[in-house]
Design a binder for this molecule. Structure first.
Ligand code: AMP
Ligand code: MG
Length: 402
């Protein structure tokens, strides 16, 4: 009989994870430091951008109708009435019919003009400008509200800010923005066999790989991971580590000891101090996963095998973290690929297969969950849904990239 009497499916685990997630806490940060952070407010245009009609080329501001029918052999002849300088509208310069004005890139379109002809398509003869091809209304002009109209939503809450976004914020005059505070995530490694990274493992011992790996992922995703070291497989040691972590963290990950053996402490300690909401997920790798809560703090029990812990982090923990950041769903990079090999799967569990990408073909990287090399030699994961007995070679899949 299964050790997990009531394993839940991934959808339920994810729903539980999001349900217990604390809400995001906004904080103002300088716009220049906001790249990668998740916006908590809609950024609204306070004025039209660019705010005035401007030329996008060096050329002559014209009435487009004056250029209709012009060509190399029969140019339109316009009288040049002046020159636009940069940075301010030219006072008194009006481009009436039959006239034009020189305008540099970015210059304010003078009154009366409605298009710009590139200087390359003109020839100058004293005050006369020969226009050798027609332009249409608005050609080479950026209108005053063409980038953003006053009142428009420029950037929506929940968006992860990119470097381009910070450029837009600057253009809007925003020096600071409200973003979600980086959640503090405690990491506790468990196992009598674990030694710190700095130690030389004795017989039967391994270094703690998970804490570093989980912390690196969390840090990159936008959290502040906090390490609480390695604890022995003893109830009291778990409780001691948790009592340190609970007041300092928004959520806690306990790696190892999440199964149902007598030596597995995680579920018992969470139940003894709070509640276990999920113990066992129809997920592979990652079945022995715990979702619980102590007070209002979410506490996860992750399987000790590094590949399992990593998959659970991405599939089950990330939905909680993305909620804590104000995202609608986790921000995962994916790509389409074609399967390079068939993937058999057991029906009734959602399976995540590590794959290596080669020119858009995804080759499975098989290997036990305890192997670190499969994580390093792969580019991401392919999901085989629970209701599916496998995926055929040649079918199109989404790859969740690391
Ligand atoms: P457990 O989930 O505690 O039964 O551990 C399953 C396997 O994962 C065991 O072989 C552990 O030694 C290994 N393991 C547990 N925690 C870690 C860790 N932090 N780093 C590397 N391997 C670990
Ligand atoms: Mg263990």
């Amino acid at each position: 009989m299964s050790k997990f009497l009531h394993p839940v499916d991934v959808a339920e685990a994810v729903a539980t994870s999001r349900h217990i997630a604390p809400d995001f806490v906004p904080e103002d940060v300088p716009a220049d430091c906001a790249t990668g952070r998740v916006l908590c407010e809609d950024v609204i245009a306070r004025e039209d951008i660019p705010g005035f009609d401007r030329s996008v080329v060096d050329g002559f501001a014209v009435n487009f109708e004056d250029t209709t029918g012009s060509s190399e052999s029969i140019p339109a002849l316009l009288n040049c009435g002046g020159r636009v300088s940069m940075g301010a509208p030219e006072q008194g310069l009006v481009v009436s019919r039959g006239r034009c004005a020189y305008i540099p890139t970015g210059g304010v379109l003078p009154e009366g003009a409605d298009a710009v002809i590139m200087v390359e398509h003109t020839e100058r003869a004293g005050d006369t400008v020969l226009v050798k091809r027609p332009v249409v209304y608005g050609e080479n002009v950026l209108f005053h509200d063409e980038d953003y109209r006053r009142g428009a939503v420029i950037l929506q809450a929940g968006r992860r800010l990119t470097p381009q976004d910070t450029g837009v914020l600057a253009a809007c005059g925003r020096t600071s923005v409200a973003v979600a505070r980086r959640p503090v995530i405690g990491i506790i490694s468990t196992g009598n066999e674990l030694v710190p990274v700095t130690a030389t493992p004795g017989p039967g011992q391994v270094r703690d790989a998970n804490a570093s790996m989980l912390a690196a992922y969390l840090n990159e995703y936008g959290c502040d991971p906090l390490h609480y070291g390695i604890v022995r497989d003893e109830y009291r040691s778990f409780e001691d580590a948790l009592s340190k972590a609970l007041p300092e963290c928004d959520a806690i990950l306990i790696s190892g000891g999440s199964s149902k053996d007598d030596r597995d402490m995680t579920a018992g300690v969470i139940a003894g101090n709070g509640e276990v909401l999920v113990h066992g997920i129809t997920l592979a790798p990652g079945k022995p996963t715990i979702i619980g809560r102590i007070g209002t703090t979410p506490v996860f029990g992750l399987p000790g095998h590094p590949a399992s812990a990593y998959v659970v982090l991405i599939v089950v923990v990330l939905p909680l973290i993305s909620h804590m950041l104000g995202e609608k769903k986790p921000c995962l990079r994916t790509t389409r690929a074609v399967l390079g090999d068939s993937l058999p799967s057991q029906k009734g569990r959602e399976e995540y297969i590590r794959v290596r990408l080669e020119e858009r073909i995804a080759y499975p990287v098989f290997g036990k969950s305890g192997l670190l090399n499969t994580l390093v030699n792969s580019d991401g994961l392919v999901c085989i849904p629970a209701g599916c007995e496998g995926l055929e070679k040649g079918c199109e899949v989404d790859v969740i990239l690391w």
